[in-house]
Unconditional design. Structure first.
Length: 139
């Protein structure tokens, strides 16, 4: 069962790394790996560049989260505490989505699967990590 968890952590890590690269290297418009990038118009170049830089930072943080998940597939016991923290961060991010002003967007097919993953799947993985590591330490 631990092998399945490790494979899942590797897949999650790779996906998050891919998303982090898309944001950190592409900024607000992204590199377009998740769809079209022509969804806004810049009206204040200076303000845009500042916000774009902040967005790239957040993308880099997300990239780092993905690296920890990927390494967690290899070093599960050593990184179990960090993985639990990363799961918690993803859960907090899911809660932050609930602050959106348009509930229709939250319930759309493009957001709802991510929201479900963030609020249900990731906490379940955190519990799985805890039980796997704790169970192996008590045997």
């Amino acid at each position: 069962m631990t092998l399945v968890l490790r494979v899942l952590l590797a897949i999650i890590g790779i996906v998050i790394i891919w998303l982090g690269l898309n944001i950190s290297l592409g900024g607000i418009p992204t590199l377009g790996w998740q769809g079209p990038t022509d969804f806004f118009t810049v009206t204040d170049q200076t303000a845009f560049l500042i916000q774009d830089n902040h967005f790239r930072f957040v993308g880099g943080v997300w990239l780092g989260v993905g690296v920890f998940f990927a390494f967690g597939a290899i070093f599960l016991h050593r990184l179990s505490g960090i993985l639990t923290a990363m799961v918690f961060l993803v859960f907090i991010g899911g809660l932050a989505r609930l602050s959106a002003s348009d509930p229709e967007v939250l319930l759309s097919a493009k957001i709802l699967p991510s929201l479900i993953a963030e609020l249900i799947v990731f906490p379940s993985i955190g519990l799985w990590i805890h039980r796997s590591v704790d169970g192996e330490n008590t045997v």
